[in-house]
Ligand binder design. Structure first.
Ligand code: T4K
Length: 374
């Protein structure tokens, strides 16, 4: 029997009919971008949802990361993780900053604070950790290091929208957090992103930077960029917010199903459940070790043969890409945990509309990779 392909994710969208009246308003008003009413309304709604004061919308998280580094005047070296999407480190190269890779913790898969501290030199000006898969970093330890060495902290929180931490708001950590609203994310505006910062002055600064540096018609204070989100996307974002709880609960059900079905499969390790934070179930990574009957890549291929497009996020490590390999910190010997995890990880499909039949097919294949499609 043939099935539709199943991808690692599928964007969640509100019903088109609900969006049409807002699209019509935008059409009629001809206000399409440059901080229009939908843009302002979404910034306000997100600040409320995230329980933070200052949110600046962006066209995507990559430009937001680039801008965040500019806003904090980061230069020299930044300690960051190799276990992420390339955008994290690319934002450093785009600012002429040297990434210094530090290893990750084997349980959280986030930067290991001890490794961060070992990576600091006289040229270090900031730390850029990632809440990988939405798992919160050890923000307390990271802030201690930042305070000790007087470093800025920019959290790449691209995966973390919707994560609620018991021990204080995750998005109030560090100097800046950057969110992604890309199509593949838990909350999407097709493309999009945001910066969360801590002071009104910093928000004003960031808002200038994302608008070419314009302060008024004739005043440009900095060499800014065009990082703005348009009105159509902001309108979509407002509708998406009202469906977020439904989307998260469907994701939670899938996460639970996977865990129940896979926790006793030899050679398959699911990520730990973190008691301090309600997950957003953005990804379902499993680590495939030697006790599994076939290799990680053979399982990836087997799933593909069956129309299931799981992904090896994050393989290869960023530090293995050509533009990073020459940095001394990119040496795999400096990154033993990240190097191992990158060879073991497979992200299984998880998204609100993943149906029970497809979910069961994925589970059966992972449970019984040598027995074929049950
Ligand atoms: N920091 C971190 C830690 C990140 O993970 C990311 C992005 C960023 C920063 C930068 O954020 P943005 O600048 O993008 O806002 C995807 C996403 O493109 C990327 O946003 C994301 N991280 C990364 C983890 O995943 P690809 O190259 O794997 O995407 P792609 O196109 O292969 O999509 C994956 C699957 O999703 C497809 O097989 C099918 C499905 N899909 C995808 C799109 C785009 C759809 O069904 N519809 C769609 O429109 O990078």
């Amino acid at each position: 029997m043939s099935h539709d392909p199943v991808y690692v994710t599928r964007p969640y969208l509100p019903p088109l009919d609900e969006l049409m009246p807002d699209f019509r308003k935008i059409w009629d008003s001809r206000v399409l971008t440059n901080s229009g009413p939908y843009h302002q309304a979404l910034e306000k709604a997100l600040a409320e949802y995230l329980e933070v004061e200052y949110v600046s919308l962006f066209c995507n998280a990559t430009i937001a990361l680039v801008t965040a580094l500019q806003a904090l005047k980061v230069s020299g070296e930044v300690v960051t993780t190799p276990y992420s999407f390339v955008a994290t480190s690319h934002s450093l190269l785009w600012n002429n900053i040297r990434p210094v890779f530090a290893d990750i913790n084997p349980v959280t898969l986030n930067l290991d604070p001890d490794a961060i501290e070992r990576a600091i030199t006289e040229h270090t000006t900031a730390i850029m950790p990632v809440h990988c898969y939405g798992v919160p970093c050890d923000t307390e330890a990271i802030q201690k290091i930042a305070d000790k060495y007087k470093l800025s902290v920019i959290y790449d929180a691209a995966h973390a929208f919707g994560v609620k931490r018991n021990s204080g708001n995750l998005f109030a950590e560090g100097d800046i957090s950057v969110l992604s609203f890309h199509a593949t994310k838990v909350f999407n505006t097709l493309e999009g992103g945001a910066i969360v910062c801590r002071t009104p002055e910093m928000k004003r600064h960031i808002d200038h930077l994302k608008n070419f540096g314009f302060v008024d018609e004739v005043t440009v204070v900095e060499a800014g960029i065009n990082g703005k989100m348009n009105e159509m996307q902001a309108a979509i974002g407002l509708h998406q917010l009202s469906y977020l709880d439904d989307a998260l609960s469907r994701r939670r059900i899938i996460d639970t199903r996977y865990r129940e079905a896979l926790h006793r499969v030899e050679g398959v390790n699911c990520m730990a459940v973190f008691k301090d934070a309600a997950s957003n179930y953005a990804y379902f990574p499993v680590l495939i070790n030697d006790a599994y009957p076939i290799s990680r890549d053979a399982l990836y291929a087997l799933l593909r043969e069956n129309g299931i497009f799981a992904r090896r996020y994050f393989f290869p490590l960023i530090s293995n890409f050509a533009m990073y390999q020459h940095f001394p910190s990119a040496d795999p010997a400096n990154l033993p945990v990240a190097s191992q995890v990158a060879c073991q990880v497979l992200c299984l499909p998880i998204y609100p509309e993943l149906n029970d039949e497809d979910l069961q097919r994925i589970i059966s294949l992972v449970q019984n990779p040598t027995g074929g499609n049950k």
